[in-house]
Design a protein around this ligand. Structure first.
Ligand SMILES: NC(=O)c1ccc[n+]([C@@H]2O[C@H](COP(=O)([O-])OP(=O)(O)OC[C@H]3O[C@@H](n4cnc5c(N)ncnc54)[C@H](O)[C@@H]3O)[C@@H](O)[C@H]2O)c1
Length: 322
């Protein structure tokens, strides 16, 4: 098949492309490189079945494809709050453009939505029927309301134009190639610990999160795309950890002597987040397989290698250090 992946130079998208290319598909990646990096795809650049196009999804594009994985959108608060209006445009105009493309080409379209559509949930764990508790005027709204509109658009194109859609609600995902500076909790802790800096925990650290390893998530996306169920379907790891517990795990794996430092909780930070994955399990036969301990080891190894490469590069390019 010829498969389009928007946001394919990013963290999840590049792992998805690895899986699709290894399965023998033809892949087109569209990315504006806001948070993505060509380095994540270097190993495919010369492959005859792979095409990388610098393109902003807020602009329409004409392509012929069989499936569209629509992932283009910055995912971490530091990046989606950098230019909130652009984030909304990416979610609304970008999703409209890609749905328009799906309509014209009759391609199946999968939206990478998010657990953020549940906002600060009053229902725990979150089931897909829960409609969420979202602040429409808060600093996270450009992202969470943006994704809610993206879901609405997908369902309206489905009802009105028969576009074949799939909607995944992705919960916190982590793994190699996450940006070290994206402010997300796993990358923060690992980057801080590897640089011998205190681990910053916001609030008292009792807020909970679930962490899904990227290979599990990609497997869920592929099953959803190729299955018969439209969704929305939660994809995430139902094992719940407090942020403090996560900090302690990272500390134990990297350096137990590193202190944990507490800071004020930012506005609208959800207290609890954990997926109910009954739908994914029963409809897609999917459940995560990688334990946090193992996933953290793989992620730490990748961060270590990247930080070492960066310091080697700065040593060789900084004349004062040579
Ligand atoms: N990582 C998570 O924990 C998580 C959780 C829930 C949902 N998601 C969703 O999954 C998708 C991928 O997330 P990720 O973690 O890989 O993030 P990421 O920031 O690494 O990847 C997003 C990619 O989209 C590209 N992009 C952003 N705006 C664009 C635009 N206007 N036009 C073209 N490309 C654009 C970026 O350059 C980047 O390559 C996002 O839609 C995100 O909302 C991720």
């Amino acid at each position: 098949m010829r498969i389009l992946v928007t946001g394919g130079a990013g963290f999840i998208g590049s792992h998805l492309i690895d899986r699709l290319m290894n399965a023998g598909h033809e892949v087109i990646c569209l990315d504006n490189f806001f948070t993505g990096d060509k380095k994540n795809l270097l190993h495919w650049l010369n492959h005859p079945y792979f095409e990388l196009v610098r393109h902003d999804v807020t602009e329409p594009i004409r392509l012929e494809v069989d499936q569209i994985y629509h992932l283009a959108c910055p995912a971490s608060p530091v990046h989606y709050q950098y230019n909130p209006v652009k984030t909304i445009k990416t979610n609304v105009l970008g999703t409209m453009n890609m749905l328009g493309l799906a309509k014209r080409t009759k391609a199946r379209f999968l939206l990478a939505s998010t657990s953020e559509v549940y906002g600060d949930p009053e229902v725990h764990p979150q089931v897909e029927d829960y409609r969420g508790n979202v602040n429409p005027i808060g600093i996270r709204s450009c992202y969470d309301e943006g994704k809610r509109v993206a879901e609405t658009l997908a369902f309206d194109y489905h009802r009105q134009n028969n576009v074949d859609i799939r909607v995944a609600r992705i919960f916190n995902t982590y793994g190699p190639r996450m940006l070290e500076n994206d402010g997300r909790v796993v990358s923060n802790f690992i980057a801080q610990a590897l640089q011998n800096k205190p681990l910053t925990v916001y609030g008292d650290g009792s807020q909970t999160r679930s962490f899904c390893y990227v290979s599990d998530l990609v497997d869920g996306l592929i099953r959803l795309m190729n299955g018969d169920h439209v969704g929305p379907i939660n994809l995430g790891n139902p094992e719940e950890y407090s942020v403090l517990e996560l900090a302690q795990k990272v500390q134990a794996q990297i350096n137990p002597a590193i202190p944990i430092q507490q800071k004020d909780l930012p506005a609208d930070d959800p207290q609890r987040r954990r997926p109910d994955i009954t739908r994914a399990t029963s409809l897609l036969g999917w459940r995560p397989t990688i334990l946090l301990q193992e996933g953290l080891e793989l992620t730490i190894a990748d961060f270590r290698a990247r930080l070492a490469a960066q310091s080697e590069h700065s040593l060789s390019t900084d004349p004062l250090k040579v």
